[in-house]
Design a protein around this ligand. Structure first.
Ligand SMILES: [Zn+2]
Length: 403
């Protein structure tokens, strides 16, 4: 008797499902090891709700590929009874490339599985140049980074790009970047074609949020918000280690919340009275660089009352915005980046007090508010997290651009 078409379809479907389950479990193991540092085979089986045999097979496969190793430190941490052999990631067994597109600055880094930067490059770019000129510059820098770092290409998993504005991660398209004048730019496909590496793009602040969740203060936490301010203001929301994007990838556009209903200043978006018109760096100085903010803070410390008042006003408005955010999302932690991290010594005490005073009930007392621990590298580390999510950590990754 020959196999009919129907039986064949069922057989193929079963094979496909088994392969999906194996991929899912493999990614879940790697994610757990990233979050926990190390785990025993029995611990992995319990946490993933799979059999001991399945966990052992998964670990054996990862050992063979060199992605994990028996952890030397943890073996002797025996509690009661026989100590379990601990398994841990081998951080430099694979790398990804993170690309942060700022406003006029490109930062590119080779990053390992645990968020460490092995090598990086920074270059200015002309933000008024045609998009194809800038994408060519990005591709050239990536190729230069690969060459300078002497990385084995077979150990390079892919590229993650943090782009500005609205990003369609599924299709790899930078839909709208107002500060650069880009519309519907197929950034992922362009970089994949130029480098022959799978590329995933994400909004740059959402990427920073994922970086904090994977490698920073958000490890082991359910809900995290990353708030970035400089020329504009934006946020990234991460829930259970996945970026929350909303219907049109607009979740987190807090800078354009209207806070002055009538008679407010015109915002870069065309609306009036947006939060951005009260708390972004142009409120304080015409110089939008980190040096520009340092100048204002130095003036305040030297006793300039006007500088002190304007910084205090920004911190207070930021605190109110965060109190509203706490009431809406009730996150465990709010990580601050850009000008708010740079000026944390001035801003943070006022921001924390305002959130305590203005959030509902005691919600403002429980939330942690802290500057990013990655400083100026938050962008590239975040972009690397986007690549790692797509390639090995996220059990339901967005498609991105494949080679
Ligand atoms: Zn606006």
């Amino acid at each position: 008797m020959s196999i009919n078409q129907f039986d064949l379809q069922i057989a193929m479907h079963t094979i496909t499902n088994l392969s999906h389950v194996r991929q899912h479990n493999r990614k879940a193991v790697l994610r757990l090891l990233l979050a926990q540092g190390s785990a025993s085979r029995a611990g992995l089986a319990r946490q993933l709700n799979v059999s001991a045999m399945t966990a052992t097979n998964l670990v054996n496969q990862l050992l063979e590929e060199g992605l994990v190793a028996v952890s030397k430190e943890a073996v002797h941490e025996g509690k009661v009874g026989r100590p379990h052999t601990q398994i841990a990631l081998v951080p430099d067994s694979r790398h990804v490339i993170g690309v942060h597109i700022g406003i006029g600055t490109l930062k590119i880094a080779l990053v390992d599985l645990t968020g460490n930067i092995a090598h990086s490059l920074t270059a200015p770019f002309d933000k008024t140049a045609a998009a194809e000129h800038t994408t060519q510059q990005i591709a050239t820098l990536i190729i230069q980074l690969i060459s300078e770092s002497h990385i084995d290409r077979t150990r390079l998993l892919g590229i993650g790009i943090g782009a500005s504005g609205i990003v369609d991660t599924e299709r790899g398209v930078n839909v709208f970047a107002p500060s650069l004048g880009w519309h519907d730019l197929p950034l992922g496909a362009i970089i994949t074609a130029a480098t022959q590496l799978p590329t995933t793009i994400e909004n740059n602040v959402r990427a920073m949020a994922l970086g904090a969740a994977y490698f920073g203060q958000g490890v082991g936490i359910d809900a995290l918000v990353f708030l970035y301010g400089r020329v504009g203001v934006g946020a990234g929301i991460v829930v259970n280690n996945r970026i929350f994007r909303g219907q049109q990838a607009g979740a987190g556009e807090i800078g354009h919340t209207v806070v002055v209903p009538f008679g407010g200043k015109t915002c870069s978006c065309g609306n009036t009275g947006c939060l951005e018109t009260l708390i972004a760096q142009p409120v304080l100085t015409d110089d939008p660089t980190p040096a520009g903010l340092n100048t204002v803070i130095a003036r305040a410390h030297a006793g300039d009352q006007a500088a002190c008042d304007s910084l205090t006003a920004v911190a207070t408005q930021l605190g109110i915005a965060l109190a509203n955010l706490v009431n809406t999302l009730n996150p465990h932690i709010i990580v601050l980046g850009g000008m708010y991290a740079q000026g944390a010594a001035f801003f943070l005490p006022i921001v924390r007090q305002t959130v305590r005073d203005r959030a509902f009930a005691d919600l403002g007392a429980k939330v942690t508010i802290a500057p990013t621990r990655f400083g100026a590298n938050a962008g590239v580390i975040g972009a690397a997290a986007v690549a790692l999510a797509a390639q090995i950590y996220d059990t339901q990754p967005t498609r991105g651009n494949r080679v």
